[in-house]
Design a protein around this ligand. Structure first.
Ligand SMILES: Nc1ncnc2c1ncn2[C@@H]1O[C@H](COP(=O)(O)OP(=O)(O)OP(=O)(O)O)[C@@H](O)[C@H]1O
Ligand SMILES: [Mg+2]
Length: 159
């Protein structure tokens, strides 16, 4: 069946902290085809890192499981889904709040979701206690440049 996306990839790995860099670099390599700016690429890598770290340290805690990443490209938008089958989040709205953490004793600052939200255009959290958590993040690449082009074209038409 033909995909509705221009491109797609899927990545599965064990919830080991060694795999956090692997995940972030792999997603960055996939996004590279959209020709992102250095800043956009850095934003995406940071957001992926935060989400994957959460799966490893909160989702699976002292156990081990699979982390799944799906990335999809549609025109100039990248959508990244990061899923674990871990313990789930009891109160998603509370978890989103800056500085909220359930692991304050482990030098966590409770800023992961806030960072994801500030670096990506959209962050959705789907979570069921005892089943797992899925984070869906979207970012439009080269948004400013595209906007400038539209303005330029508009001006050219008007003059
Ligand atoms: N994948 C997940 N599975 C279960 N709980 C999660 C998951 N991701 C986040 N949480 C819960 O949401 C809280 C907030 O997450 P957030 O990433 O914002 O902060 P943190 O991980 O505690 O600290 P930091 O990211 O700053 O190190 C976590 O403390 C945890 O209770
Ligand atoms: Mg975190």
């Amino acid at each position: 069946m033909k995909s509705m996306y221009d491109n797609e990839m899927e990545l599965n790995f064990l919830s080991k902290s060694n795999n956090e860099a692997f995940a972030r670099i792999t997603v960055a390599a996939f996004v590279a085809q959209l020709d992102p700016t250095v800043e956009e690429l850095a934003d995406i890598k940071t957001a992926v890192s935060e989400a994957v770290t959460n799966c490893i340290i909160h989702g699976y805690e002292d156990t081990e499981g699979q982390v799944k990443i799906k990335a999809k490209i549609l025109r100039n938008t990248i959508e990244i889904e990061i899923t674990d089958n871990g313990k789930g989040i009891e109160d998603v709205e509370l978890a989103r709040k800056p500085l909220y953490t359930t692991k304050s004793n482990l030098e966590r600052s409770g800023m992961g979701f806030t960072i994801m939200e500030s670096f990506m255009d959209e962050v959705d959290i789907h979570s069921v206690v005892g089943i797992g958590t899925k984070i869906v993040m979207k970012k439009v690449i080269k948004k400013e440049e595209k906007q400038e082009k539209i303005e330029e074209e508009k001006n050219a038409l008007m003059n």
